[in-house]
Structure formats: C-alpha cells, structure tokens
Design a protein around this ligand. Structure first.
Ligand code: MEV
Length: 429
C-alpha cells in the first residue's frame, strides 16, 4: 500500500522529489516526459481550451503529505502561490494521523439543474401540470444525454416551486423547476445544461409560460462531503503551550468565527486555502466550489464558520467540516490538462465522491493549521521564513543567494523587497 509519510521530503531538491514520485507511481515514459516538462500544458492545448490565448499561467505545485483518510494514505497535489499552506496542511495531517486519521463521508452525487418559467396565466395550475408530467420531463431530459444514463446516472427526480407567490412581493411570480441529476464522476455542468436546455420547449408547452434561464445551480447541497477528526490534546502541545490551552484556544476561535461574519470570512478563507489548491490541481472548477461553499456557510441566514470545533467528554478536540463539493474525476479539464491527470494519478482516486472527501479533509486540516498557529505563536513566524524567500527572488536573488538573503531578512526582521535589493547588491559586489 502506498504511504503518504515521506520523511525529509521538504529537504530534498525538486529533482529528487520528482524522481521519488516517478518511482512511486506507474507513469508511462511518455507521461513522465509530459508531466515533468517545463511547460506541461502545451500552448496548442491551451488555445483549444479558452479564447484569445497568449500563453499559460503557472503556479507552484506541491504535495500535501501524511494524509490518512478512512484508513487510506493520500499524497495530495496542491497548486497554490501562498507560502506555508502546503507545509501547514502536512503538519496537521501528521498530527491527525497519530490520532487515527480523518474520517469522511459523502452524500449522494446529485447536482441540480434549474429552469425558470415566467408569464404563466395561473402559476398554480402550471405547477400542477408540471407535477402531472414529471415522468415525461425526466424521460426527455435523460434522452438528451443518454451516455450519463448508460453510466448509471441521469435525472433522478424533479421538483417545482413558485417564487414570489405573495401578492406583496416586489418581483414577478415565476415557476422554478429543479432537475436532480446524478452526474456520477463528472462535475456535470455540460450534462446538466444540455438536459435543462433540451426540455425547455416541453416545459413551455406544459405550462403555457415562457422559459428564460436553463442552467445548473452551483449550490450543490445534494453533493455534500463531510470530514471529521478527533485529536487528543497532548498532540496539540507546542512551544510553551499545553495541549489543553491550544484546544481551548481553537474552540474560542471557532466560536468567534461562528458569531461574527468579519472573522468568519477570514476563517473560511483559510479553509479554502486547503480546498482550492486541490480543486485546481485536479483540473476542477474552483469558482463553482467557492461559490457553493460560501453559500452553504450562510445557510442558517447568517454567514458563519464552515467548520465546527468542540471537545468531547474525554477532552479531545473534535473538528468537522461539511461542504457542497461539485468536483469530478472525468470531463472538463480533468482529462485535458496533463497536470490534472498526474494529480488524479498521484491521489489514486477512484471516484468523484472519493475526491470530494479528500478535499474536505484537506480543508479541515488547513483550518486547524491556521487556528493552531493563531492561538499560539501567530501566523507570521512560520509565514515569514517562507515569504522571505519569495521576497528575495522578487529582489533578483538566484541560486544560493536566495537562502542567504532570505535568512538575513528574517534575522533583521525586515522582510521587504527594498531591504532584499540592498542585500542582493551587497552580496553580488
Ligand atoms: C491566511 O491565508 C489564512 C488565515 O488568515 C486563516 C485564518 O485567519 O483562520 C491565517
């Protein structure tokens, strides 16, 4: 069985890390050349993905280590520009694996397609007509995308609501249909949009109304993924802080975020620091995941913490994260971008639901990493050591000079490009 424990990985050179990953995974020679080339996404491929292409934009791709989820080891590819994120996720995953690892689960894989109908003479009559014709609409939608039905998915249900039904509503009445579509291992945007567009004429005929919008909902609250961890306080002990102190600080930090949107936004941004890099590395739509996650954080009517942290009767710290996770392992960029293919291969993921669960576990780890730092040393200490390297590079340092300049920036507590330029000049004289 593959392990995600690779002691000393951070001390290796990039070449050594690449060699190790090549040894650990059964890439073909062609894949090795493609994945580890200077520009894995060929310009011709990029030109076929979006419009007006003039180049490709690269991000650092690192590996989150030590993840043990439902008893399985995961090496987690993360594409991100921010220092400390990968290190922090790996640090927390190492703590959590000592406590038995993360447990995760996913609800069904059901995405939502919306159809908006306006102008009905009587919306209540139109609603009843939709209910009567429900099976025919479902059949028509499935006929529009037979390959997803052949893969075991397709439309599973249909619901209809009237919006702005009150006579004092400031907006016009409308009928909203939801098609609940099992997209199996696809994120499903194309499947859903094809289906809702294809049944729109039938819906107009049934309702005697006019259909305007036919589009998926990114509020994927029927594709939820949940991660959970239980950590004995002694594993949280750090520097001069006892495990109990750290645990209690984390619970206070959660209560702050859950009570105050100003804090909740930053707290949740820290969770997305873990989630987005995996979503990006696997070629998924991070805007869709972001939009759904923040809406879910506001489902009570107030914008709150995405995670919960509490203590159990034994005094252990208990963390939970549940989010809509509309990611896929087939379709979209997952099979077009060579690095997305590599990331899915490194993750050794078998289904979209498995990927969704890994992603929420990383989000939970990332939140714990941020809170643990915030309630102890603060985040600047760990952050600045790595940030100083970016500042040194921005000032023109290369090779060994990067380490020399970065170290001196930290020592002098002046992590500024101006200071770094001074140092580069000093050492290149
Ligand atoms: C920084 O990118 C993320 C944090 O601000 C998250 C948090 O405050 O919880 C450290």
């Amino acid at each position: 069985m593959k392990t995600s424990r690779i002691p000393g990985f951070y001390k290796m050179t990039v070449d050594e890390r690449q060699e190790l990953i090549k040894e650990m995974h059964p890439f073909s020679e062609q894949e090795k050349d493609e994945f580890f080339s200077i520009s894995p996404l060929a310009i011709d491929t990029a030109d076929n993905m979006i419009e007006n292409v003039i180049g490709t934009f690269q991000l650092p791709l690192g590996l989150g280590l030590n993840f043990l989820i439902n008893g399985k080891d995961y090496v987690v590819p993360m594409a991100i520009e921010e220092a400390s994120v990968v290190a922090s996720a790996s640090h927390i995953a190492k703590i959590v694996r000592q406590a038995g690892g993360f447990t995760t689960e996913a609800t069904g894989r059901v995405m939502i397609g919306q159809i908006q109908v306006v102008g009905c003479t009587d919306f209540y009559v139109a609603k009843e007509a939709i209910i009567t014709e429900k099976e025919n609409i479902i059949m028509a939608a499935n006929t529009a995308y037979p390959s997803i039905v052949a893969r075991g998915g397709g439309v599973e249900d249909l619901e209809v609501r009237i919006l702005n039904g009150d006579s004092d509503s400031k907006y016009g009445q409308m009928l909203i249909l939801h098609l609940y579509i099992n997209t199996v291992d696809a994120m499903g945007a194309n499947i859903i949009n094809t289906m809702v567009e294809s049944v729109a004429p039938l819906v107009e005929e049934i309702t005697n109304g006019k259909v305007y919008l036919r589009i998926l909902s990114n509020y994927a609250d029927r594709s939820l993924a949940r991660a959970h961890c239980i950590i004995p306080p002694e594993l949280l002990e750090t520097g001069g802080f006892s495990g109990e102190e750290v645990r209690d600080g984390i619970i206070h930090a959660f209560e702050f975020a859950d009570s105050d949107p100003y804090r909740a936004v930053t707290h949740n941004k820290g969770i997305m620091n873990g989630i987005d890099p995996v979503v990006i590395a696997t070629g998924n739509d991070w805007r869709a995941v972001e939009a759904g996650a923040h809406a879910y954080a506001a489902r009570s009517g107030a914008y709150r913490s995405m995670t919960t942290w509490s203590k159990d009767q034994a005094g252990n710290l208990v963390g939970e994260l549940e989010l809509p996770m509309s990611v896929g392992t087939v379709g979209g960029a997952t099979k077009v971008h060579p690095l997305a293919k590599m990331a899915l291969n490194i993750l050794d993921i078998k289904s979209a639901q498995e990927l969704a669960q890994v992603i929420v576990a990383v989000g939970l780890a990332q939140n714990l990493g941020a809170l643990k730092a915030l309630v102890t040393d603060g985040i600047q200490k760990g952050h600045m050591a790595l940030h100083s390297r970016s500042v040194a590079i921005a000032a023109g340092a290369t090779g060994e000079m990067i380490d020399i300049v970065a170290r001196e920036l930290v020592e002098t507590k002046q992590i500024r490009v101006g200071k770094a330029i001074e140092l580069v000049e000093k050492y290149t004289k």
